[in-house]
Design a protein around this ligand. Structure first.
Ligand code: GSH
Length: 211
């Protein structure tokens, strides 16, 4: 298994966490998002992923893009340990948490979005940061409200073991903290973050962020 990734990309981190939790060994292929407009926009990488995004995995010579599609593929191919709960309702709940991060929070605070606000619409660093913090705060507030209503939320987003929801939440929290978001209003998210960061699978996946 190969993972095309950028070390400090939060979407790549989602996949590294899942690979570690499942104990799957992989070769990391570095895609430099910053070099000469980005290697991800060069023909060599576009032939791998025309979406011009990392992460991508290569399995049996085939490429899979989009972190959620990758995690679902890993879950099917390597079912144990499972990163999804047993019942259909619970699985839908966990996927709903994942999609909240993937669709409602991450795209609005992503590198690509902030770069366009600055390059095309002349927002300065303070304004782009305010933009990102708005969507992070709103998104975490809603995520926290969902956790508050769930009887299954606790040390992790759902149940007593990590699920794909934790694989998505932790990188987003890391990014938000780095941007200086005040996390005081999100006690459940903070507890989950602390629990996950105690696990070796999360710590190893996050190592490039610490370097
Ligand atoms: N929805 C995608 C998001 C992937 C994504 O946004 N990747 C970022 C790095 S975290 C990227 O490749 N950005 C390229 C760019 O900024 O142009 C996924 O879940 O894989």
């Amino acid at each position: 298994m190969k993972l095309f990734e950028y070390p400090t990309s939060s979407s790549s981190l989602r996949v590294r966490i899942a690979l570690n939790l499942k104990g799957i060994s992989y070769e990391s292929i570095f895609v430099d998002l910053t070099k000469e407009g980005g290697e991800h926009r060069q023909p060599a990488f576009l032939s791998i992923n025309p979406q011009a995004l990392v992460p991508v995995i290569e399995s049996d010579g085939r490429h899979i893009a989009q972190s959620l599609a990758i995690l679902e593929f890993l879950e099917e191919r390597y079912p144990s340990p499972s990163l999804l709960p047993d019942s259909s309702h619970e699985r839908a709940h966990v996927r709903s948490l994942v999609l909240h991060i993937a669709c409602e929070v991450h795209p609005l605070s992503s590198r690509k979005t902030l770069a366009r606000l600055s390059d095309e619409f002349s927002l300065d660093d303070i304004q782009t940061r305010q933009w990102a913090l708005h969507y992070l705060e709103q998104g975490f507030g809603q995520f926290e409200a969902v956790l508050a209503r769930s009887r299954q939320a606790g040390p992790f987003c759902h149940g007593h073991l990590p699920t794909i929801a934790d694989c998505f939440l932790i990188p987003q929290v890391y990014n938000a903290r780095k941007m200086g978001l005040d996390m005081v209003g999100f006690p459940r998210i903070n507890r989950i973050y602390s629990t996950c960061l105690e696990l070796d699978e999360f710590k190893r996946a996050m190592r490039p962020f610490a370097e």
